[in-house]
Write a protein that binds this ligand. Structure first.
Ligand SMILES: [Mg+2]
Length: 266
């Protein structure tokens, strides 16, 4: 996309070196700060990611992890001044306070029932119950089973009124609440003049788009959208990225560069 002096990574770093407390730093976790792994429970931020995020949480205006994972998982690695937006913004943790989007509360038993059905049909290894949503993974199964999982997810979504979303080698079943990463980020822009979002997957598109839209409307002066272009990254995301890097390690390098710029501010 065409960039101007107020979009893109270089512009963001320059801005941070003058008014760091006006910069918001938002990042996805899986595939962005951590490598994609076969067993999602074994995902870990890459070396240096936690310390870089912690440093930015102190020196920038606001720093948050925005993920499809539950806050309980994100909290294994991040906390304190780092805000956690889980399950695409259904959960939000700031300091000690955890809030749940009001429309989500009644859906816990439905997700539980659908999870039990998935475990019975496909085994415990493929089903990941996140409380307010369910992810069914087909990375490690034969194509026949993957096809069955996709057909099943369509059927149960219709039956229970859930929304099915495709992700990397998985399908996610969500309560029919119109809430995405873009909404979660929009709720955190108060008081900021600049923002960056890092992401790598379908679910990050709304985050990229919302940050760009906030610039387009004049709400934010400077923005960057950084795409981590992994092996499974949808190519169409390039159209909403101001910058592209190759790996979570590259993201850590950018975070450190931004952190240094914030620390150099007068
Ligand atoms: Mg991701």
């Amino acid at each position: 996309m065409e960039t101007t002096a107020s979009t893109g990574w270089t512009a963001l770093v320059r801005f941070a070196s003058t008014v760091p407390k006006s910069v918001g730093v938002f990042s996805d976790l899986d595939g962005t700060l951590s490598r994609i792994v076969a067993n999602p429970d074994e995902a870990r931020p890459v070396e240096g990611a936690v310390s870089a995020i912690n440093a930015l949480a102190k020196s920038s205006g606001r720093t948050a992890i925005v993920s499809g994972r539950p806050v309980s998982f994100l909290g294994r690695f991040f906390g304190g001044p780092v805000e956690l937006s889980g399950l695409y913004g259904i959960e939000h943790q700031r300091g000690d306070g955890l809030s749940i989007h009001p429309e989500a509360v009644g859906w816990l038993p439905v997700i539980e029932a659908v999870n039990n059905d998935a475990v019975e049909r496909f085994g415990a290894a493929v089903a990941e119950n996140k409380g307010y949503s369910l992810t069914v993974h087909y990375r490690e199964v034969e194509q026949d089973t993957a096809d069955e999982i996709m057909a099943w997810s369509e059927r149960v979504s219709e039956e229970h009124g859930l929304h099915a979303r495709s992700a990397k080698k998985s399908v996610e079943l969500h309560p029919p609440i119109s809430r995405n990463k873009g909404d979660a980020i929009a709720d955190m822009l108060e008081g900021l003049s600049a923002a960056v979002y890092f992401g790598d997957d379908f679910g990050d598109r709304s985050g990229f788009e919302r940050v760009l839209a906030a610039h387009g409307s004049g709400r934010l002066d400077v923005v960057a959208t950084v795409l981590v272009n992994g092996a499974e990254t949808p190519p169409e995301l390039a159209s909403v990225a101001t910058d592209t890097v190759g790996s979570p390690g590259d993201v850590v390098a950018l975070l450190n560069e931004l952190s240094k710029a914030c620390d150099e501010a007068p």
